[in-house]
Write a protein that binds this ligand. Structure first.
Ligand code: CDT
Length: 331
């Protein structure tokens, strides 16, 4: 049986400055959608927090002072034009944004909750799937040693929707198994495997990654930052026999450099398209979903080869423990 081919794009965004309103970003995204349409693209992936600057670099003592970066509804007045144009062009899209919601927490208390969220929107303009970022990097309090803050742990709660996958029509195809992760999630093989265990064929992910790792004291070379980003996406695709479309925010935002290098990867782990600018840029590829079959039916036929009884530490334990120390046998 043929699963068919879908034409996809990663719509990398150049920098969005803190002072720029949503309407500027939305206009740029509409231009990219238009360009995508002219190239026959059926599904466009926009980055993480695509509507604003990467605001977790800005500290607010009172978290509520940061609420203006968040969306309380989707679509909102400002994002409705994006939904309208996509619907008119019959293009599906993936969008990352900061979500604020009044929702019950695990104790049942209804309160303001904030998540780093992405959605998948159908060519008819319907939200097919929502994901809330699970792996939140950075720190919760102002860190005076850092030149630039990374306050995701301050502004967002850990996502509570797991790693969902949905099968839905997309482009000319009757059904594509689609899942999402956001930025730092791509570095965690557990996230990929949870998607793989739901037969994901296409993983969409957006990211904002600074060129400088301040936790490494500036000693991690720029080329390694890009290498590690690509390495994790390529490994995730290969080990789970799926495609990925990874769209970056790029360039210098509010004085902080983001490294871009958006890519599209096939189930062999090969990069089949890559952005070469640090600006708004559309990279496209035709994905033949039959290419997921080889890995899925041979080396990564999960049902034949996985041994979950040997993986219990993965769900039972969070941090690493020390191994037992070898003792020389008594003579
Ligand atoms: N947005 C995001 O998750 N960025 C992280 C940078 C971590 S540096 C504190 C990433 O993993 O790319």
């Amino acid at each position: 049986m043929s699963n068919g081919t879908i034409t996809v794009a990663a719509a990398q965004l150049g920098p969005i400055q803190g002072a720029e309103p949503r309407s500027v970003a939305v206009e740029r995204m509409i231009r990219l959608l238009d360009r995508a349409h002219r190239r026959g693209v059926e599904l466009v992936v926009f980055p993480e927090l695509a509507l604003t600057t990467f605001f977790p670099r800005h500290y607010e003592k009172d978290i509520a002072e940061a609420d203006h970066w968040f969306e309380a509804t989707m679509p909102s007045n400002e994002t409705a034009p994006l939904f309208d144009i996509a619907r008119r062009l019959r293009i599906g899209f993936h969008l990352g944004y900061a979500e604020i919601t009044l929702e019950a927490d695990e104790t049942g208390e209804v309160r303001k909750r904030r998540f780093n969220t992405s959605i998948l929107v159908s060519p008819e303009g319907e939200i097919l799937l929502k994901y809330r970022k699970v792996h939140l990097p950075g720190h919760a309090e102002f860190d005076p040693r850092r030149v630039t803050q990374h306050l995701e742990k301050r502004y967002f709660e850990v996502g509570n929707l797991g790693f969902p996958v949905i099968r839905a029509p997309m482009g000319g195809l009757g059904g594509v198994n689609m899942g999402m992760m956001i930025c730092n999630d791509r570095r965690w093989p557990e996230a990929w495997r949870v998607l793989g265990l739901q037969s994901v064929e296409l993983v969409m992910l957006g990211y904002n990654t600074p060129s400088l790792n301040q936790e490494a004291g500036g000693f991690e070379a720029h080329h390694l930052r890009v290498f590690h980003s690509h390495l994790t996406i390529q490994a995730g695709c290969y080990q789970n026999a799926c495609f990925a479309v990874a769209a970056a925010k790029a360039g210098t935002e509010d004085g902080c450099e983001l490294f871009g290098h958006s890519i599209i990867v096939n189930p062999q782990g090969e990069i089949i398209a890559m952005a070469t600018t640090w600006d708004d840029e559309l990279i496209t590829a035709d994905l033949n979903l039959d290419q997921c079959e080889l890995g899925r039916n041979t080396i990564f036929a999960f049902e034949k080869h996985r041994r979950p009884e040997a993986y219990r530490r993965i769900t039972d334990q969070v941090g690493a423990v020390d191994p037992p120390v070898w003792q020389p046998s008594a003579r």
